[in-house]
Structures are given as structure tokens and as C-alpha cells.
Design a binder for this molecule. Structure first.
Ligand code: COI
Length: 340
């Protein structure tokens, strides 16, 4: 296999690409840029491209097709940044990968604890040498019900970690898992929404999951509910979230992801006027923040992403995994199912 790597990062990924490609006999080229119509020709002569969560729309796909690309390997779990319908029509396959779910699960638990202990407000005030107690009283996790929406590998890893905090755990998923049933109670969506003090989202960015948390859903929630989203921005109606933080219905929002973030993260935009107002509004609240989609970002996960993308690409060309053109390997290889 010859693979062209977009969005290469020298400071963490590059040594892993060097090692695995040497070991597996894979020839690779790279660019620090995301794929564009203009730079698609860089991939000419390669069989596949290897990308992260950058937009890959129809015009980019057409340019990649022209360059002879047969496969897009996204070194991510979700592949919702790729127009898969257009890929299907153009005869380009799409595959995602898996990496240790512990990375995102740890980060999720960190956000849950930060919400419970009002960490944003506490640090803001501490920097200003305000060491008062007022307004900083915590919520006890052990007295809380945590609702996990989506029981895939990450949702399950969150449940396992939370079981050490003595809280009640509710889990919404269509499939039950015996191990998880021992630590969490499976319940339908409405019950999880209504009974949880803290909600954590772990669904995939599929069209049918868009705005699964919307105005009507907020209305069903407990007053002062905490919401954590380390999955995909499209799961939640951001305007409805902002209104519900303003009204006090939502007591804390810890977002690693937000709608319309794609293409913005992992670069320094320090001197630019950014156009996503929702990020600025949410980051202005003392009880909410938007982080730059980096819950995945640990040494083990980055190594898995690089290594597994090369291994999966080789397996694909060896005919060892599905070649269902354009439908990607959705549901066939454990990536980008309804939950992550
Ligand atoms: C994924 O793997 O789907 C992620 O969300 C992480 C990616 C942004 C690098």
C-alpha cells in the first residue's frame, strides 16, 4: 500500500508513522495541510489517503478521485466529516479506526468532576486572589445519578470508571452488556433524561442522532442538570443549550465538541476574528466551557490512531475487511456505529 498522510503532526504522530510504515513495508508521503481541492494532486500515485477530522466534501472527493485515490482512512473513530454518499457515488471507500476508549472516558470523568466542583469558576476567582467559599459549593457525585447516552466502548468505559465513585448510573443503549448491567441500570432514553443529575453523551455523529438533545429534551431534564459532550457537536442543539444555561435549567455544560467546529481545531487562530459566536458565548459563562475536541489526545491514543490506520489500510487492500464501496465499513468493523 502507498498512503498519503494529510494533517501530519511532527511533534507527536510522525515517529509512529515512521516506525509502523517501515515495519509494515508501507510507503508514505505527507502534508501538514488538510486535504483541499488544490492540494489533492499531492496524493497522485498513492492508493489511499490517511486523514483526521477535516472536511472531505464532494469537490475534495472529486479531486481525490482524479488523483487516483481508492480509499480514505480516517485515523479517527467517527467518519462523519466525510461526505460518504458522495464517496459512494465516486467509488471511494471510507474506513475509520478504533483506539483506546480510555482516553475519552478519562477526560469525560474529568469534566464530570470539574462540573461537580465548579472548577471553572473556582480557578477564575483563584487567579484573581479571591479565596472565598461562597458560590463554590460542590455537588456530591456519590449522591448523583449519572445518565450515559450511548453504551459503545467509550460509554462503557465511562460507566466502569464511574462505578468507583458510588453514584447511580443509568445507561441508554439498544444493546445490553452483561458486565455493564452489573454496574449500571439500562433504561429508555426518556427515563435517562428525566432522572439524571448529570448527562454524558456518547453517540456517533450520524444524521439520525442530530439534535437528539433539543428544546423538548431540555424541558424533560432536572433543574440544574449537568451536561457533558465528548462525542459529537451535532448531538445537541447549541442555541437551545445556550438558552437553557441562561435560564438556569442547565447548571453546567462541559463540551469537548460543538456544532460547526469542523476544520477549526488543532491550529492557532490567535490573531483572527472567529465566526462561531456560540463558542464565545458559552466560554463566557462561569459554569460552562467549550474545549477544542481533544478528549482523545493521549500518547496511547495517538499511537493507536497512527498504527491502526496503517494496519487497517493494509487489511483493506489485502481484502481482509469490507470493500462495500462508499458505505465505508460503517458497522462492519466496529467504527462509526450509532454510538462510539
Ligand atoms: C474521533 O476519533 O472520532 C475523534 O473524535 C478524535 C478526532 C477528533 C481526532
Amino acid at each position: 500500500m502507498r498512503v498519503f498522510v494529510y494533517n501530519m503532526r511532527d511533534y507527536d504522530e510522525r515517529p509512529f508513522f515512521d516506525d509502523i510504515c517501515l515495519k509494515e513495508g508501507v510507503e508514505y508521503g505527507y502534508s501538514y495541510e488538510a486535504p483541499t481541492v488544490e492540494n489533492a494532486a499531492l496524493a497522485r500515485g498513492y492508493d489511499a489517503i490517511d486523514i483526521i477530522t477535516c472536511p472531505v466534501d464532494r469537490p475534495r472527493l472529486e479531486a481525490l478521485k482524479k488523483a487516483g485515490i481508492k480509499l480514505i482512512i480516517s485515523r479517527t473513530v467517527g467518519t462523519d466529516h466525510i461526505d460518504r454518499e458522495a464517496a459512494k457515488q465516486l467509488g471511494i471507500d471510507v474506513i475509520g479506526i478504533t483506539y483506546t476508549p480510555g482516553a475519552v472516558a478519562d477526560y469525560t470523568v474529568m469534566l464530570i468532576l470539574m462540573g461537580c466542583r465548579r472548577f471553572k469558576y473556582l480557578t477564575m476567582r483563584t487567579v484573581a486572589q479571591d479565596y472565598g467559599l461562597e458560590g463554590r459549593i460542590g455537588k456530591d457525585l456519590s449522591d448523583s445519578t449519572v445518565g450515559i447516552i450511548g453504551g459503545g466502548p467509550i460509554g462503557k468505559a465511562v460507566a466502569r470508571r464511574l462505578s468507583g465513585f458510588d453514584c447511580r448510573i443509568l445507561m441508554f443503549d439498544r444493546h445490553t452488556d452483561e458486565e455493564i448491567a452489573g454496574i449500571a441500570e439500562y433504561a429508555d432514553f426518556d427515563r435517562v433524561i428525566k432522572e439524571s443529575d448529570i448527562l454524558s453523551l456518547h453517540l456517533a455523529g450520524r444524521p439520525e442522532n442530530r439534535h437528539i438533545i433539543k428544546r423538548d429534551t431540555f424541558a424533560m431534564m432536572k433543574d440544574g442538570v449537568h451536561i457533558i459532550n465528548t462525542a459529537r457537536g451535532l448531538l445537541m442543539d447549541t442555541e437551545a443549550l445556550i438558552d437553557n444555561i441562561e435560564s438556569g435549567k442547565v447548571g453546567f455544560a462541559g463540551l469537548d465538541v460543538i456544532e460547526n467546529e469542523i476544520g477549526r481545531y488543532y491550529y492557532d487562530h490567535g490573531d483572527e476574528v472567529l465566526t462561531n459566536r456560540q463558542i464565545s458565548i458559552i466560554n463566557g459563562f462561569p459554569n460552562a466551557f467549550v474545549l477544542p475536541h481533544m478528549a482523545f489526545y493521549t500518547e496511547a491514543a495517538v499511537r493507536d490512531m497512527v498504527v491502526n490506520s496503517i494496519i487497517k489500510g493494509k487489511e483493506y487492500f489485502a481484502g481482509e475487511i469490507s470493500r462495500r464501496t462508499g458505505s465505508g465499513t460503517d458497522g462492519a468493523d466496529g467504527t462509526d456505529k450509532e454510538r462510539i
